[in-house]
Structure formats: structure tokens, C-alpha cells
Write a protein that binds this ligand. Structure first.
Ligand code: NAD
Ligand code: TYD
Length: 341
């Protein structure tokens, strides 16, 4: 089958493309705008594969979409998005443009050209925040709290409407927090690993008691391939691997793996509207699709730390001047004593 993967140069997209080319016979067109988060270096090992093709462009650009759909992809895996909550708090316009308008254009052109299946990669963050008990199920209400999660909820609901209104064959997935190789070090796990490797402070927001439910990106990729094969259009599937941790414990685990002192931890001002706890009930995908995760957090975290240790050039290249400017802006507002990288 010919797949159109949007956002394939990002963290999950590049892991997904490598996974598909290794484990299936599908071919892949990767449509990516190469924002600060897109990095073709993530795909260096597959760029010469005859089943892989890269197209540089924006999912909100109708002309580009027309030319990509003229290649007749049979299925779409839509990952392209602005993805970082903290950036969405600083500047939400880019999130509305990419996540809402971009998804809308893709749906319109996909509908006109016709596709066999459209997988929309949404997020558990559309559900908002949990109290001290319970988990998100597919029927939990959507109560997004950040501009990022609100833009994802808007696109999630647009996708739903295209199934209801036009019988567009869309499946929605809502996955928990991913970690693994090639994740841009603005997100918590790679940021903490990179800072710890450099011996600079690890900025923990608030009291460090916020809880996230972590899944290794390779388990997410396997779930998306399964979704392609047997996911039911019109259905929503949570994806998670039942590995909840509070942020402070996770940061301590990273320091322990790297043999670095806990004195590197620095508590800084909290994120506005910070969701307290995520926990995902993924029994539907486990029963309906026969998928289950293979990697538990302690093993996955050790492997991820090793990946960052083994790829100093990758780390150096992504932590460019633009990254340092971002870091200074984001973290000096949280704690003026935090030194630049
Ligand atoms: P990422 O930020 O690492 O990558 C996003 C990619 O999309 C980049 O390559 C970027 O260049 C591209 N992109 C951005 N705007 C674009 C546009 N307008 N047109 C074309 N390409 C564009 O993100 P990620 O962590 O790999 O997340 C991928 C998807 O998975 C997103 O939709 C995100 O909401 C969803 N998701 C992520 C997580 C997570 O923990 N990372 C969890 C659940 C769902
Ligand atoms: P993040 O990786 O940004 O994912 P999300 O907010 O989408 O869940 O953050 C994960 C958790 O880590 C979240 O509770 C915020 C916290 N965090 C920090 O404490 N310090 C940091 O520098 C970052 C980036 C995140």
C-alpha cells in the first residue's frame, strides 16, 4: 500500500517511517514542512530506500496537497502538527494554523481524492487533566486546557465530523506521552537527559508532582501499523502502556542512570494551566486490535538515555542558536538564576 505520512521528519513520524519500511512492504510519501522540529537527519538510514519519498511542504498548502494526492496514496497517517505545550502558551497562532487549518485542508483534499483509510494522530491531552484517581477512556469528555491541546481537540472533532457527515474513513488515535530516540530536546525527557549529560540544572516545573503516562515510541508505531490494518473507521482508540510517573521521580531515574547528582534538580515556576495527571485506559485497542506494548519504562528509559549518549552530533546540531534562544526565553522567565546552555 502507498502511505502518505504527514510530519514524517518529526520525532514520532521518523520513528514510524523507519518502522514501516522495516516491518511492512508499504511505501511511504513523507510530507513535512521542516519546522524547527522537523529533522531529515532522523531519516538518513531510509532516504535511499526506493519505497521512500520526501516532499517538502505544508499540510495547509492546497497546491502541495494536490500534487501529493496526485501520487494516489491509499492511506494517510496524519502526524504533522505544532506539538509543544510551552510554545503554544507563548504563541498559539502557529498551533491553530498547522493543527486546525492544516488538518481541515488535508481532510478536504483527502475527501475529494478518496482514500481507503485516514488515521488522525490525536493525543490524550484533549481529555484535559485527571484528579487523583481514574483514567481517560475513549468516552471521557474533551476538556483541553492548553492552546496546544485545544488545537488538537479542534482537529480531532473536525476529523470526527468528516466521518459522520461524509463517511470519510477516518480513525482517531489518542496516545499518551511518547519518549525514545530522535525526540527534540524541548520535551521533558530529552531535555532532562541532555541537561544532565552537560551537568547543567534540570528545570522541574512547580512541585514536580505532575504525572504523565509514558509510552515508548516503538510501541506507538506498532499500534499505528495495527490501526492501519484493522482500525475501524469512525472509532477512537486510546494508546498507552500504563507507565505513570510523577515528574520528579522520572528526573531522579534519569540522573541515576547517568550517575549524576540530584543537586542538579532545580524547581522553577510552574507552567500556567499545567495539567496535573494523565493516565490512559487502553483496554479497547488491546482487546479489539490485539495490540500490547512491549517496553516498560525502566528499560525504555535506559535505552533512550543510551541513544542520546551515542548521538552527540545529533544533539549538538539540534541544540543550535535557535534552540538556545528558545531555552533562554522559556527558562529565564521561570527562574532568573538558570544559566543559559
Ligand atoms: P514533532 O514536533 O517532533 O514533529 C512534528 C513534525 O510535523 C515536524 O517534522 C514538523 O516539521 C512537522 N510539521 C509541523 N507543522 C507542519 C505543517 N503545517 N505541515 C507539514 N509538516 C508540519 O511532534 P511529534 O512528537 O512527533 O508528534 C507527532 C504527532 O503526534 C502530533 O500530531 C502530536 O500531536 C501527536 N502526539 C504526540 C505525542 C508525544 O508525546 N510526542 C503524544 C500523542 C500524540
Ligand atoms: P512535556 O514533555 O512538555 O509534555 P506534555 O506537557 O505535553 O505532557 O512535559 C512533560 C511534563 O514535564 C509536564 O508535566 C511538564 C514537565 N516539564 C518540566 O517539569 N520541566 C521541563 O523543562 C519540561 C519541558 C516539562
Amino acid at each position: 500500500m502507498r502511505l502518505l505520512v504527514t510530519g514524517g521528519a518529526g520525532f514520532i513520524g521518523s520513528n514510524f517511517i523507519s518502522y514501516v519500511l522495516e516491518h511492512t512492504s508499504h511505501s511511504v510519501i513523507n510530507l513535512d514542512a521542516l519546522t524547527y522540529a522537523g529533522n531529515l537527519e532522523n531519516l538518513a538510514e531510509v532516504e535511499k530506500d526506493p519505497r521512500y519519498r520526501f516532499v517538502h511542504g505544508d499540510v495547509a498548502d492546497v497546491e502541495i496537497l494536490e500534487s501529493v494526492f496526485s501520487m494516489k496514496p491509499e492511506a494517510v497517517i496524519h502526524l504533522a502538527a505544532e506539538t509543544h505545550v510551552d510554545r503554544s502558551i507563548l504563541e498559539s497562532g502557529a498551533f491553530v494554523r498547522a493543527n486546525v487549518n492544516g488538518t481541515h485542508r488535508l481532510l478536504e483534499i483527502g475527501r475529494r481524492h478518496g482514500v481507503w483509510k485516514f488515521i488522525h494522530v490525536s493525543t490524550d491531552e484533549v481529555y484535559g487533566s485527571l484528579g487523583s484517581t481514574g483514567r481517560f477512556t475513549e468516552s471521557s469528555p474533551l476538556q483541553p486546557n492548553s492552546p496546544y491541546s485545544a488545537s488538537k481537540a479542534a482537529s480531532d472533532l473536525l476529523v470526527r465530523s468528516y466521518f459522520q457527515t461524509y463517511s470519510f474513513p477516518a480513525v482517531i488515535t489518542r496516545c499518551s506521552n511518547n519518549y525514545g530516540p530522535c525526540q527534540f530536546p524541548e520535551k521533558m525527557i530529552p531535555l532532562m537527559i541532555c541537561n544532565a549529560m552537560d551537568g547543567v540544572p534540570l528545570p522541574v516545573y512547580g512541585d514536580g508532582g505532575n504525572i504523565r503516562d509514558w509510552i515508548h515510541v516503538s510501541d506507538h508505531c506498532a499500534a499505528l501499523v495495527r490501526m492501519l490494518e484493522v482500525g475501524e473507521p469512525g472509532e477512537v482508540y486510546n494508546i498507552g502502556s500504563d507507565n505513570q510517573r510523577d515528574n520528579l521521580s522520572l528526573v531522579r531515574e534519569i540522573l541515576c542512570i547517568l550517575g549524576k547528582p540530584e543537586s542538579l534538580i532545580q524547581f522553577v515556576a510552574d507552567r500556567p494551566g499545567h495539567d496535573r495527571r494523565y493516565a490512559i485506559d487502553s483496554s479497547k485497542i488491546r482487546h479489539a486490535l490485539g495490540w500490547s506494548p512491549k517496553i516498560q519504562l525502566p528499560e525504555g528509559l535506559a535505552r533512550t538515555v543510551q541513544w542520546y549518549r551515542d548521538h552527540p552530533t545529533w544533539v549538538e546540531r539540534v541544540r543550535t542558536g535557535a534552540y538556545r534562544t528558545y531555552y533562554r526565553k522559556m527558562y529565564h522567565q521561570r527562574d532568573r538564576t538558570l544559566s543559559s546552555l
